[in-house]
Design a protein around this ligand. Sequence first.
Ligand code: NAD
Ligand code: DAU
Length: 340
Amino acid sequence: MKNILVTGGAGFIGSNYVNHILKERDDYFIVNLDKLTYAGNLANLSDLKNDTKHIFVKGDIGNRQLVTYLFEKYNIEYVINFAAESHVDRSILGSYEFYQTNVIGTNILLETARRFSVKKFLQISTDEVYGSLGSSGLFTESTPISPNSPYSSSKAGSDMMVQAFYHTYNMPVVITRCSNNYGPYQFPEKLIPLMIINALNNKQLPVYGDGMNVRDWIYVIDHNKAINLVFENGRAGEVYNIGASNEMPNIEIIKLILKKLDKPESLIKYVTDRLGHDRRYAIDSSKIQNELGWKPEFHFEEAINKTIDWYLANKDWWEKIISGEYQTYYDIQYGKAKVH
Ligand code: NAD
Ligand code: DAU
């Protein structure tokens, strides 16, 4: 058995990972530590209720006593750190929690993992640490780190700390940097679920700036398969970029969602741009492809249909979310643009 501490496993990517990998691997025992912030949701893990290879613990990665207790109790040998404050717009509204969790929380995990001599520490990072691209070029693993938002600067800080633990202590760490994910269980503050849900509710779709910012989209299952290859075979001290070579301007995605839902483009509303909005992200994933044999399996057309179908079939899941604290956030974020 591999005893693995997975953090943030009740969020979007982490819950998809845990749900997926427990079906694929008989020898994984997962302790899932999640603070259940607004973004964490036990409903994402409902299929695992009777799975004896999964234990959920509600708690903070920044709680040193709790983290130490879990390492001792479950003889933790591996860590996969998904836990983070993950939304750029929220980091612009207030950044404290971002540095607290993404930097200090990661530090506590790393220090504890070092004391217990873990066999691998996998840090789930983001392409946003590289900053913004012009109209050409791709992020490679040697692109200089140049984050622009409070969120991405907190992720860059944790990446550099993780690398410092490799250089200083020879700790077996590895980092993945992925592009924009989409799929089931994504919290509806992010572009794709927000637009699907607003369109279903005949609400306006708020497009920042001119709608021509470009993101490089990957289906969450492809990301998670790449994560597991890196977890099992990635070399210590290395960074692996993950992306599906699927660049699209935001407005194109939004129009495609409207078309699939048979909703009018008059729902689109151009609003004030995000502060410091990165123009373009695009990933060169040749390292993970050549070294570990990964390649994306899902085409955008197929996976966006699956995603839309999931939101159509799981209204209960998102209706609970948007009727709670989400409404307050929505009013603060979009109220000034009068998007209702
Ligand atoms: P998410 O916001 O959906 O989930 C984050 C999870 O972490 C939540 O369940 C939350 O409760 C938990 N969490 C937050 N603070 C915590 C703390 N202090 N202690 C324990 N748990 C805590 O985020 P996501 O989109 O699933 O992203 C997961 C990871 O992947 C993040 O590290 C993010 O930076 C990275 N990432 C995300 C994307 C993307 O497109 N969503 C792309 C690349 C990388
Ligand atoms: O690139 C990886 C990153 O992708 C992850 O590290 C982050 O955790 C994740 O949130 C995501 O960041 P983005 O800022 O790119 O994602 P978001 O879904 O917030 O926005 C995608 C694009 O859509 C971006 O150009 C801003 C735009 N947008 C977003 C929202 C929420 C809008 O035009 N309107 C909106 O209401």
